[in-house]
Design a protein around this ligand. Structure first.
Ligand code: SF4
Length: 348
C-alpha cells in the first residue's frame, strides 16, 4: 500500500479532514431539507451508524433558512450543497453551516464567487470544489481526456479561490467511470496540497454501486489518496455509511464494529451454512466493538482458515466447534450455534 498523501488539513466543524487525520466518512441526506424534522431524524440515524459529516441540498431560500434549526439539533458537521445561486451560499453561511460544497463554475460572475469566498473566509468555513464529469460544459477543452478536463476545471477554480487569498479548500473530481476517476484524482493529488474528497458518482444501487465504489475508492485509498469518502448509492444513506466503513476496514484504515469472516462453503460442508452466517451477521449489527468473528463450514479447515478471528464456529453435521484465535474452546449442538457464538462475542 502506498504511503498516505499528507494534505493541508482543514476543519469542518469539529472534524479534521486531511493532514494525516483518519479518513472521514460522510453521506448526504435524501430528505427535503425544508422538511426540518425528517432531515434531523435522518441525520441522527446516520450519526448512530457512524456518519461523521453530513451534506444537505440547498436548492432554494427556504432550504437555506432551515439550516439553523437543523444545525441546532445534530452533532455532526453540516455541509450545504449549493448550485447556481450564490445567495443560497451566503444564507447558508449565515445560518451556521460548517462547510459549503459549490461548483464555482456555475455560481456565475467572479463578483458573486468573491462574495461567497469572502463570507466563508470571515467565518473560516471551508469550501469543497465539487466537480462531476457530467457537469463539465461540452465545449470545455474537448481535445483533452475527461480526467484531464476535470483536473483543468478544478485547477481554474482553485486558482480563483487562491487569488482571493482563500485556502480552506477541499476538492472532489467524481465520474461514474472508475479509471477516469482514478486518473483524475492521481493527477490533481500531485498538483495541489488540499485534501481530497473521494467518491464515484451515480454509482448505482447497492448491488452494483458498492462494487463500483469499492473498486474506485479502494484503488485511490490504496494509492494513499483520499481524506474523506462518500459512497454514493441509490439507497438509504445509512447504506452508504455501512459501505464506506467496509471499504475502510478492508484496507485496515479504520476500525468500526465487527468484521464477519465466513467461508464460501464447498463439498465438505455438512450444514446449511448460509442462514447461520446471515443470522450471525444480523446479531453482530448490535455490536459496536471491533471484533473479528468467523462462521466456517467444516471442522477440518474452518478453525485453521479463520485463525486470526477473535472467535468463531466451525459448523459440522449436528455439532460445531467453537474456537478462539484458532484454538478449540468447546463443542455445541446445531440448535445452539448462533447463541453460543454470540455469547463468546459478548464476553470479548
Ligand atoms: S472452511 Fe471447510 S467448508 Fe468452508 S470452504 Fe473451507 S473447506 Fe469448505
Amino acid at each position: 500500500m502506498s504511503e498516505k498523501r499528507i494534505s493541508k488539513p482543514i476543519r469542518v466543524g469539529n472534524v479534521t479532514v486531511g493532514g494525516g487525520a483518519p479518513i472521514v466518512v460522510q453521506s448526504m441526506c435524501n430528505t427535503d431539507t425544508r422538511d426540518v424534522m425528517s432531515t434531523i431524524r435522518q441525520i441522527r440515524e446516520l450519526e448512530e451508524v457512524g456518519c461523521e459529516v453530513i451534506r444537505v441540498a440547498v436548492p432554494d431560500m427556504e432550504a437555506a433558512e432551515a439550516i439553523p434549526s437543523i444545525k441546532k439539533r445534530i452533532k455532526i458537521p453540516l455541509v450545504a450543497d449549493i448550485h447556481f445561486d450564490y445567495r443560497l451560499a451566503l444564507a447558508s453561511i449565515k445560518g451556521g453551516v460548517d462547510m459549503l460544497r459549490i461548483n464555482p463554475g456555475n455560481i456565475g460572475e467572479p463578483a458573486r464567487v468573491k462574495a461567497v469566498v469572502l463570507a466563508a473566509k470571515e467565518r473560516r468555513i471551508p469550501i469543497r470544489i465539487g466537480l462531476n464529469a457530467g457537469s463539465l460544459p461540452r465545449a470545455y477543452h474537448p481535445e483533452l481526456s475527461v480526467a484531464r478536463r476535470m483536473v483543468e476545471a478544478a485547477l481554474e477554480e482553485v486558482h480563483l479561490l487562491e487569488s482571493l487569498d482563500f485556502d480552506l479548500i477541499k476538492i472532489s473530481l467524481k465520474a461514474f467511470d472508475v479509471p477516469t476517476t482514478v486518473e483524475a484524482y492521481r493527477d490533481i493529488a500531485d498538483k495541489v496540497p488540499y485534501p481530497l474528497h473521494v467518491g464515484i458518482t451515480e454509482a448505482g444501487t447497492p448491488r452494483t454501486g458498492i462494487i463500483r465504489s469499492s473498486v474506485g475508492i479502494g484503488t485511490l485509498l490504496y494509492l494513499g489518496i483520499g481524506d474523506t469518502i462518500r459512497v454514493s448509492l441509490t439507497s438509504a444513506p445509512r447504506e452508504e455509511v455501512f459501505a464506506a466503513y467496509e471499504i475502510l476496514k478492508s484496507l485496515n484504515l479504520r476500525e468500526r464494529g465487527p468484521i464477519l469472516v465466513s467461508c464460501p462453503t464447498c463439498g465438505r460442508t455438512e450444514v446449511d451454512l448460509i442462514p447461520v452466517a446471515e443470522a450471525v451477521e444480523k446479531e453482530l449489527m448490535r455490536i459496536s466493538k471491533p471484533v473479528k468473528v468467523a462462521v466456517m463450514g467444516c471442522a477440518v479447515n474452518g478453525p485453521g482458515e479463520a485463525r486470526d478471528a477473535d472467535v468463531g464456529i466451525a459448523c459440522g453435521k449436528g455439532k460445531g466447534i467453537l474456537f478462539k484465535k484458532g484454538e478449540k474452546i468447546g463443542v455445541v449442538e446445531e440448535k445452539d450455534f448462533i447463541i453460543a457464538l454470540m455469547r463468546e462475542v459478548d464476553k470479548l
